[in-house]
Design a binder for this molecule. Sequence first.
Ligand code: ATP
Length: 273
Amino acid sequence: MMIDFEKPNELIARMEQKIFCPERPDCKGKLYTGIDLGTANIVVTVLDENKQPVAGALQEARVVKDGLVVDFIGAINIVRKLVQQVEEKLSRSLEEAAVAIPPGTRAEDTRAIVNVVQAVGLEVTNVVDEPTAAATVLGIKDGAVVDIGGGTTGISILRDGQVIYVADEPTGGTHFSLVLAGAYNIGFEEAERLKRDPDKYDQVFPLVIPVIEKVADIINTHIAGKDAGPIFLVGGTACLEGIEKVISRYTGLPTVKPYNPLLVTPLGIAMHC
Ligand code: ATP
């Protein structure tokens, strides 16, 4: 299936470059900031007044679990550190930010996320739902956005730009790593590194196929009878090479992913600031 991701891919690549190879941009005018508190990663993204990436920062963290802040102080400390990093890069202070919540987040859990960001001195201008943030970056209005993150897989069906169905199921990248850890009798962190090492692909992929099929099965359950359309993969686990082929085969639906799917939602949150 031909879907033109040229523009989104350019934007995502620019954001990636701002996070991992930072320079000090000279930027004036309004800034749009997004803060993504995930189970595996916390990401701060900043766009300039033309909604182009200007700075970002990312840290792996275990302070949020499936949209729930489980270590409030830890979350504040990491967000503060990332915001400071970005402020140093920009030589400017950030004043406001948007945050995102996974599908189906309860009001009190949303408040906890907002509280973390307010605690570092930022005004929260918007709480956007994750699939909407992702869809904005990808420029799509119809289809199933499947976000395979660290702890969960979020399935959201969009029609005419509206999210008409959401579900979040507890299978994500952590389960891929646990399978590898068990198979090779190694620790979780080593399994994480193995999973992400492109040179170890042959050792990884055959073992995680059953977990991918489990994800695909979850997708099937939620999209059954809903005329969901193509599947758009986002989230860090979608970085795994070939995952889209297994999901497409299992669901029978065209399945596509953009460049670095891990950064799609974080980038989209800033777009909704
Ligand atoms: P959640 O959405 O569950 O709250 P999150 O938003 O923190 O979690 P992401 O940052 O989207 O999750 O993705 C993190 C997951 O992606 C981790 O399990 C990580 O191991 C996995 N991951 C990151 N890069 C790769 C890669 N290159 N190959 C395979 N998996 C990867």
